[in-house]
Design a protein around this ligand. Structure first.
Ligand code: Z5A
Length: 213
């Protein structure tokens, strides 16, 4: 009998440190003997990466309707679930994804005002209702994250949004974490990197010790 793998997602606002944490987590899981697939959204498949380049193109700033943006996020996700995530989980591999559906609730729901009910409907059929087993929310004040992100080079289309937009994104993430405490662990991402990584290691070690359930 094959045991289904586990699905872990990383979420957070701009400059939260997801990429940095992802590398550390990959190493940690591999050291515990876990066969892990690392992926990201939007993206994670050839068609998903093509959709990502449209979604993040700064030349399209102001030129993509909120409905179009939501559908493109889920178009990429529909392919990602079917081509990458579900097949890996089915053969017992673990999947570590930089963002998943919570990001749509935060950015397209909180940020753009798309109704949660509409997102939930897309989640049911486009994402096949797939839910992560564990979600690490890297939370930090918006101003701190934006300052970090700005130090990294040219902004993508979504990074060109206002501070108010990112405050709504953060509030939506925190509301989801509060509503689903069994799945979410909130990481204080405003701390120095070593302290952030300690929190992440503790959260994942606890999850693994509990059987990854
Ligand atoms: N999006 C959406 O709207 N809806 C959806 O459904 C999905 C996504 C799935 C692309 O995501 C965009 O798509 C994203 C949400 C939207 N919006 N934007 N913009 P992405 O995850 O690829 O892009 P991102 O959010 O901009 O992530 P990022 O740029 O990769 O940032 P990060 O990974 O969180 O941060 P980082 O690159 O690891 O760190 C940023 C800098 O801070 C870097 O210089 C680090 O060295 C530094 N850093 C990291 N941690 C620390 C600490 N603890 N202290 C000090 N400095 C630190």
């Amino acid at each position: 009998m094959t045991i289904r793998g586990r699905f872990i997602t990383l979420e957070g606002g701009e400059g939260a440190g997801k990429s940095t944490v992802l590398d550390a987590l990959r190493t940690l899981l591999a050291a515990t003997g876990v066969d892990v697939v690392v992926t990201r959204e939007p993206g994670g498949t050839p068609v998903g990466e093509a959709i990502r380049s449209v979604l993040l193109d700064p030349r399209l700033h102001g030129g993509i309707a909120a409905e179009t943006e939501l559908l493109l996020m889920f178009a990429a996700r529909a392919q990602h679930v079917r081509e990458t995530i579900a097949p890996a989980l089915a053969v017992g591999r673990w999947v570590l994804s930089d963002r998943f559906t919570d990001a749509s609730y935060a950015y397209q729901g909180g940020g753009r005002g798309q109704p949660n009910q509409r997102i939930a409907e897309l989640e049911r059929w486009a994402a096949d209702g797939l839910q992560p087993d564990l979600t690490l929310l890297l939370d930090l004040p918006v101003g701190v994250g934006l300052a970090r992100a700005r130090g990294r080079g040219p902004a993508d289309r979504i990074e060109l949004e206002t501070q108010d937009f990112f405050e709504r994104v953060r509030a939506a993430y925190r509301a989801r974490a509060a509503a689903q405490p069994a799945r979410f662990r909130i990481i204080d991402a405003g701390q120095p990197l070593d302290a952030v990584l300690d929190q992440v290691r503790d959260a994942v070690a606890g999850f693994v010790a509990a059987g990854g359930a």
